[in-house]
Design a protein around this ligand. Structure first.
Ligand code: MG
Length: 378
């Protein structure tokens, strides 16, 4: 890899020191550990907008994370940044999500309001630091500082103070590495575009409505001009791939100019730059915002999505309440964790939150059935 001076080239290290890998970089090792984790496999049955059983073609958190990694790698490579680090952060960024996307997270956060709250971003960090149980010598995956820093996208000052090394930047108001910054944009590019694609496929977004959105309209016109009379399905794909491309190219070009203007010579200077150096150009930021607004109003607020969200929130809430009122409903290892906490209620709640957050959509629905549906007494 030919790294730029401002790229992350070596790690500050891991919490538990380990031997250097024989043929991999430290960041390749992180990425490989993430791919082999149980939390990563569970992403296959977790969703963002559509619930898993609604159809086989919709994005899941797994395919979303792979798309984010693909976009992140393209951007990283174009700017001489550390592709392995960006890929690892991208693949791990959603590990802490609850079942049922944002409605699940909001419901769990409300359940946890007296116990320190629940935030998926912090949970992703908790998964890689504590919850994965795979190694003899340490809890979690023992990832490098840089990968963990990238996973912790945002965080309140109060929480940051409890998090040690990766929390420090929120207290000092400094920036993370460029690799971490670019993954945030890759995430946004991925979900805005795949939600357009999924929304159209599901019939929740109308082709004629989205043609009023500038970014879509411009790329659709280019695709139509190049391929007159193209059937709608292919036209949509041609449009979406062009949208991804113009957004990625814009981010690369504009961020390159910001990085050059800031004159950063190494990653320490990136951290002290005073602002994120990864951004859309102002005109593209405007177009991206218009698309986001459209998706918020037309897709995320669609009655069919809201209906599913209501149900999802009820499932999460009732599971949480059941496990809070009777810990003996939990699998033995979780009961043990609660006993280890000596009956302390906040610790009990965190164990329940970890268990519920780790569920896939379908497991949560099954568990709900086992607990509350009279017909399912097995
Ligand atoms: Mg994401």
């Amino acid at each position: 890899m030919n790294l730029a001076a401002y790229a992350v080239s070596r790690s500050r290290g891991r919490r538990f020191p380990e031997d250097v890998p024989a043929y991999r970089s430290e960041f390749q090792r992180d990425r490989d550990r993430i791919i082999h984790s149980s939390a990563f496999r569970r992403l296959e049955y977790k969703t963002q907008v559509f619930v898993n059983h609604e159809g086989d073609l919709f994005r899941t958190r797994l395919t979303h994370s792979i798309e984010v990694a693909q976009i992140a790698r393209s951007i990283a490579r174009a700017l001489g940044l550390n592709e392995d680090l960006a890929e690892g952060i991208a693949l791990a960024h959603d590990l802490g999500h609850t079942p049922f996307g944002h409605s699940g997270q909001d419901a769990l956060n409300a359940c946890m309001s007296n116990y320190g709250g629940f935030e998926h971003n912090l949970q992703s960090l908790r998964v890689v630091e504590f919850l994965e149980e795979r190694y003899a010598s340490f809890p979690g995956l023992n990832l490098t500082f840089e990968t963990r820093e990238g996973i912790l996208k945002h965080c309140s000052v109060k929480k940051a103070a409890e998090l040690g090394d990766v929390g420090e930047r929120f207290l000092r108001n400094t920036e993370p590495s460029l690799e971490a910054q670019l993954v945030n944009l890759a995430d946004e590019i991925a979900y805005n575009n795949h939600d357009v694609d999924d929304g159209l496929r599901a019939g929740l977004v109308e082709f004629d409505e989205i043609r009023a959105v500038t970014l879509f309209a411009e790329q659709c016109a280019t695709a139509e001009a190049a391929h007159p009379g193209l059937p709608e399905r292919r036209l949509i794909h041609e449009t979406v791939r062009r949208m991804i491309n113009v957004l990625v190219v814009d981010v690369i070009d504009y961020s390159r100019s910001l990085i050059t203007a800031a004159g950063v010579q190494d990653v320490d200077e990136v951290r002290l730059a005073g602002k994120p150096l990864f951004q859309y150009s102002p005109p593209m930021a405007e177009k991206s915002l218009e698309l986001k607004r459209f998706l918020r109003e037309q897709l995320y607020a669609h009655f069919r999505v809201r209906r599913m969200s209501l149900k999802a929130a009820a499932v999460v809430r009732r599971l949480f309440e059941a496990f809070m009122s009777d810990a003996r409903l939990l699998p033995p290892q979780y009961q043990q964790a609660i006993r280890d906490a000596n009956g302390e209620e906040t610790a009990h709640a965190r164990v329940v939150a970890d268990y519920v957050a780790g569920m896939t959509d379908r497991f949560a629905i099954q568990e709900y059935g086992r607990l509350f549906e009279p017909a399912e007494l097995t």
